[in-house]
Every structure is written in C-alpha cells, then in structure tokens.
Design a protein around this ligand. Structure first.
Ligand code: PFF
Length: 490
C-alpha cells in the first residue's frame, strides 16, 4: 500500500531546511576546533579541497538518491540492491552516534546562556570551563558522576526536539527561516569585537597561513573530509530523507551548490571570530597561538565567552543572545539527525512515526547520559573523532562505490540533469567513481595504521580501542537489521 509521503510546502523551505541541517554547531563549535587542532592554516587547503572533491559531489548524489528512490537511506539502498541495505543503516548509526553527543554540546550552550547573565566565567574562561563547569576528571577511565546542570540541559534539548518533530516536516521548514538567519547577525558582531582586540591579527594569521608540511599528514586530510561530511550532514542519511520529501521535478544540482557553499562560507567566517580571540588570548597569556589550549573541543566555549566579556556594553545581553542563537543554529541540525532515523524505521517496517519518535527520544537521551558525567568530555572527544574520521568517511566511500559501480553514475546523472537548473558534467562521474574513493580510501587506511600504532590523542590505548569497537559493532548491527524482514521493496 503506497501511503502519501510528506512534502515540503515550497522550494525555499526545502533549501532552508537543508541549510538548517548543515549550518549548526558544526560551523561555530566544531570547525574552529578541528582547524585549530590540525594546525590552523594547515587545515584550510584540505578543507576546501574536500569540499569540492567530496562535499558538493556527494551532496548531489544524496539529493538525487533520495528524490529518485523516495525513501530514507536503508530503503533507498535496498532499491539499488537487496544486499546493500546495510549501507543505509550504517549511515543511520553514524548519525545515531552524533545525536548521542550533539545535544550535550547544546546543553553546554543552555548553561552558558544562563552564565551569561552574570558573566560567571570571569577573567579566565578556560579554567572556568574545565574546573567549574565540567569539573573534569583525570581521564576517560574516571567518569566521576553526573554533572546535573548538563543532564538537565540534555533533557531540555531532547524535549524540544520531540515537540518539533511530532509536528512533522512542514513545521521544520517554517522554524528554520529564523534559526538560520538571526545567528548570522550575532556572528558578525562577535567578529567585529574579536578583530579589534590586541593580538587578534596573530590569531588570524595562524588561521590563514597555509603550512604545506602538514599536508603530508593523512590525519589532517581525514579530519578535513570528516569535517566536511559532518558540517554538510553527509553520509548520515539526512539529506537522502530530506530530498525524498521533495516533489517530483524539483531541482537538485543548484540546491546542492547553494547549500554547500552557504555552509562552508559560514564555517570560514566563524573561523575568523574564533581565531581572532585565540590570538588575543595568546598575547594575554604570553604564549604562542598553538599553545592557548591543549584540547580543541573546548575552544568555542573559551573564545566566545572571552570575547563576550570584552564587549564595551551590554555584554550580558549579547552573551545571552549569542548562546540562545547558537542553540537555534543547533536545534535544526539536531532534528535533522533524528528524522532520518525515524524515516529509516517507518519506511521498512509498519511502525507508527510517533512510536519510533518516542523510542528514539528516550534511547537518544539515555545514550547521551555518559557524556554528561565529569569524565564525559573525554568520551565526547573520542566518539566525535571516530564517528567523523572513520564512520562518515566509510559511509561516503561505500556510497560512491555503490552509485559508481552498481547503480552507475551516468544513470543517476541523467536523472539529475533531467530535473536540475543546470547540467552536471562528466566531472561528477569521475569524482564519484575515482577521486573520492581513492583519496578517502588511502587516507582512511593510513590513518588507521597510525591509530593502531599510536592510539588517539593522549588517551590510554583501551579508550581508543573502545571507540573503534563501537564502530565495528554498528557495522554488524547494520548487517543484522538488513536481514530482518520488512516491507517488500519494489
Ligand atoms: N551539520 C550539522 C552541524 O554542522 O552542526 C550537524 C549534523 C546535522 C550532523 C545532521 C548530522 C546530521 F545528520
């Protein structure tokens, strides 16, 4: 029985929802910290390279796949080949890992919104973040009990998502018009303040000066690809399911360009704000720019508060608004993580959407609890690294091989060109079939070898291994889900 699929009310609402999914904490929190951890300017070359060799081509692919197959990721892959369904599930599990920790970052924002009222972080936002707020333990082996304010923030985030998603995809289109545009204005204000601080230029220099030696490190490349996937919400089924709600004959290629360039532009822009404050901090602390903080994950929660505190007037108000707006940026990205999961299950089995939604909310919340502990910060870092550097890249490799060699790129390209505002050339086939799998495959393997030898960061080996184990388990689970019988796929 073919039931009516939900539809976007207009092209604008689809584009806004895709941009809303793309632009989020990934741009203002993750991009600056990954750039910082990978050498600042050293990162920009691989980042833009990854955008053009993987981000945009893969977005065209995912839009086309969802539009054509009219289904979420698992069913879309099952329609290509019965044994390929697991790739779709793997994408959903990658996104599941993300929606376990993403709302925890949102919870930090909820808390910082309140701290803004009295500018509680004082002169030293760095130690406030670790000592007062996170109350960080010595290592991932010591969880140290739950930090209640973070847990409460997590619960609020999930409640908000539940209420929004319950209303369905139409409301998503309406909400995001505001959540995408307003935060930009505040980012501009932060940038102006950041750039006028003493030392700011040092930071910006560090951000913009390429370091070609770093290009020899496969980890930097993998981080760049991982960041592009995370930020554009690729390899997670989000865009597949969003475009499956498009009505027939809506454009694909132009939409993909608008979304990707809008997203990458926002990251690049947010980088200036963050790095100018890093430059200021470096000067104030009398250290070099790379020594400002040892852990990148905290970067945004040190630099933004510092800049806020230094605003000449209405600092509290700006602080409050800034974190509120960061939340609005995050919230549409957050519900775009949950939606594909719900669609994956309702497409394959005849579950009611509401039932799956309740299940995902409860389960997602519980999965996030570990990150709200005093040692949770370490786990967030580890899981984030594995998911983006390995999980998303693996899905991307599998997607491109499937379309390139099983479905055939020219077939999908003909379809894309049939409906798009401009034609996509042969370059797309070559990127999907050769360039993307080759670069990703090689960097993936090289980084894996390095990981086996040296582990990740300064963490004990068992903690790094646990991260890898989670990924392997999810691959197995994807295969199991594929084997469970669901509706017949035509
Ligand atoms: N792209 C979002 C961001 O940059 O914040 C994060 C995200 C959205 C991840 C959707 C995963 C996803 F499915």
């Amino acid at each position: 029985m073919a039931e009516e699929r939900e539809r976007w009310t207009s092209r604008t609402s689809f584009i806004m929802a895709s941009i809303g999914a793309a632009i989020g904490l990934g741009n203002v929190w993750r991009f600056p910290y990954i750039a910082y951890a990978n050498g600042g300017g050293a990162f920009l070359v691989p980042f833009f390279f990854a955008l053009f060799t993987a981000g945009i081509p893969l977005m065209i692919l995912e839009y086309a796949l969802g539009r054509k197959m009219q289904a979420g990721a698992p069913t879309a892959f099952a329609k290509i080949g019965k044994n390929l369904e697991w790739i779709g599930w793997l994408a959903l599990f990658a996104v599941m890992l993300i929606f376990a920790y993403y709302p925890v970052i949102m919870s930090w924002c909820w808390n910082y919104m309140l701290y803004s009222i009295r500018l509680d972080w004082g002169a030293d936002a760095n130690s406030f973040f670790y000592k007062n707020f996170l109350q960080l333990t010595d290592g991932p082996g010591d969880l140290g009990g739950i930090r209640w304010p973070i847990l409460v923030g997590l619960a609020i985030s999930w409640l908000a998502i539940f209420l929004i998603l319950y209303k369905g995809v139409r409301i998503v289109g309406k909400v995001v018009i505001y959540t995408v545009t307003i935060p930009w204005i505040i980012l501009v204000i932060m940038l102006i303040r950041g750039l006028t601080l003493p030392g700011a230029l040092e930071g910006v220099n560090y951000y913009l000066t390429p370091d070609f030696k770093a290009l020899l490190r496969p980890g930097v490349w993998l981080a760049a690809y991982g960041q592009v996937f995370f930020s554009l919400s690729l390899g997670m089924g989000t865009l597949i399911v969003y475009s499956s709600y498009l009505s027939p004959r809506s454009d694909i290629a132009n939409n993909a360009f608008i979304t990707s360039l809008g997203d990458a532009g926002t990251s690049f822009f947010a980088g200036f704000g963050v790095f100018s404050v890093v430059g200021y901090l470096a000067q104030a602390m009398n250290v070099g720019v790379p020594e400002v903080t040892t852990s990148g994950v905290s970067l945004a929660f040190v630099t933004y508060p510092t800049a806020i505190k230094l605003l000449p007037f209405w600092a509290s108000l700006f602080g409050f608004l800034f974190f509120l707006l960061l939340l609005t940026l995050g919230i549409d990205s957050f519900f775009s993580q949950v939606e594909p999961f719900v669609a994956g299950f309702t497409d394959k089995w005849r579950f009611r959407k509401e039932t799956v939604l309740i299940f995902v909310t409860v389960f997602g919340f519980l999965a996030g609890v570990v990150f709200t502990t005093r040692g949770g910060f370490y786990w967030l870092d580890i899981i984030d690294y594995y998911t983006c550097s390995f999980g998303l890249t693996l899905v991307a490799i599998l997607e491109s091989i499937t379309i390139g060699y099983v479905y055939k790129t020219w077939r999908l390209r003909e379809y894309i060109n049939d409906v798009s505002e401009f034609r996509v050339g042969r370059w797309w086939d070559i990127t999907i079939m050769v360039i993307l799998p080759l670069i990703l495959g090689v960097t993936f393997i090289l980084e894996l070898v390095r990981l086996v030898r040296h582990g990740y960061g300064d963490y004990p080996t068992w903690a790094s291994l646990l991260g890898a184990l989670v990924l392997v388990l999810l691959i197995i689970l994807s295969l199991i889900l594929m084997k469970i019988k669901g509706r017949e796929v035509e």
